[in-house]
Design a protein around this ligand. Structure first.
Ligand code: ARG
Length: 331
């Protein structure tokens, strides 16, 4: 009985081609992603032989190089050894390979509040932050190999491309000293294929501008920059109906798109992404496949009803293979 249950959990020996196709289909199935038109182009790196944190470190550095290409960003996924019954890992503790520290300081936060808990975890493992802490300090990596304890690695800063933000017409914008990293490498999701789980399966695409301009820099629980930007724009903030938040959002998003394209970094605006999602849906339907999608994730957080996806009906079909977050859900 126990032996049979054990046998059921053994990893199926996929060929490299089967695994690559399954990974691409998991992207195609991801109900929250607006960028799925490109699912066939995903570069899948089969690194199933990797079980130690030091080998993971090297493979993650390669991932960054292959994905970034100095701004000519391409979608990449790296698969490490699958989970085995009764053993732990391999696992990447970071949400993403690039991320900024959040330091709790007397009632406020310096940096990205999303990463406060992770920052404290890194400090407890002995991470030494820069002497002069800033709002954009790159976090180290915390990796655990199979049956290993978490090990701290410095982030390879030379491989993490960042873009300083400026605005096409507002000269003061540059003085705000804002920036963001070019390549989001999601590293806390597990890939599940036919019962085999890959707890370390980092994947990356390119950004849609609103992820940075409407959420990361603007959410009250993140960098919360709308009051600052509106103030610089000379807008009065004492009346909600003056739409100062919308005006600030527009300029923040304009700065993100402008700066990335000036820096030669691939990025997509939300109007183009919505149109591409429409093409994806049409291709899928023509192939006889229903599209799984979540309206609350697909509709962009700017100009929602001015994009076609707002007017589309969507249904989360929970298709497999799939990506899963080991614990709860975040963004
Ligand atoms: N929303 C996340 C962020 O702002 C990134 C998620 C993946 N996004 C992507 N375009 N592949 O960092």
């Amino acid at each position: 009985m126990a032996a049979a249950a054990h046998a059921e959990k053994q990893a199926i020996p996929f060929s490299e081609a089967e695994l690559a196709f399954a990974a691409r289909v998991a992207w195609r199935n991801e109900a929250r992603c607006i960028g799925r038109l490109y699912w066939r182009s995903l570069l899948v790196r089969d690194r199933r032989e990797v079980t130690t944190s030091s080998a993971m470190y090297g493979a993650l550095c390669e991932h960054l190089e292959l994905a970034t290409r100095d701004g000519n960003i391409r979608p990449v996924m790296t698969l490490f050894a699958p989970a085995e019954p009764g053993r732990t890992g391999p696992l990447i503790r970071n949400r993403q390979l690039a991320g900024y520290a959040g330091y709790r300081e007397r009632g406020s936060v310096l940096g990205d509040p999303l990463n406060c808990a992770f920052t404290e975890e890194a400090l407890a493992l002995g991470w030494e932050p820069p002497k002069n802490r800033s709002a954009f300090d790159l976090l180290p990596w915390i990796l655990s190999g199979r049956d290993e304890r978490p090990v701290l690695y410095p982030a390879p800063a030379h491989l993490i491309k960042e873009v300083s933000l400026s605005h096409p017409t507002l000269p003061w914008f540059r003085e705000l000293g804002l920036k963001w990293y070019a390549v989001p490498v999601v590293s806390d999701m597990m890939l599940r294929v036919a019962g085999t789980e890959f707890p370390a399966a980092p994947f990356s695409g390119w950004y849609m501008g609103t992820e940075i301009g409407s959420r990361n820099l603007a959410d009250e629980g993140r960098y919360n920059l709308l009051p600052l930007v509106a103030g610089k724009m000379g807008l009065r903030r004492d009346e909600r109906a003056s739409l100062w938040k919308e005006r600030a959002l527009v300029e923040l998003n304009a700065a993100v798109l402008h700066s990335f394209s000036e820096a030669g970094c691939r990025i997509v605006d939300h109007h183009t992404a919505s149109a591409e999602f429409g093409r994806f849906c049409a291709l899928e339907e023509a192939a006889g496949r229903p599209v799984s999608a979540r309206w609350d994730w697909i509709v962009p957080p700017l100009a929602g009803s001015a994009t076609p996806v707002f007017h589309q009906q969507m249904c989360d079909l929970r298709l497999r293979p799939e990506f899963q977050r080991p614990t709860g859900t975040a963004d």
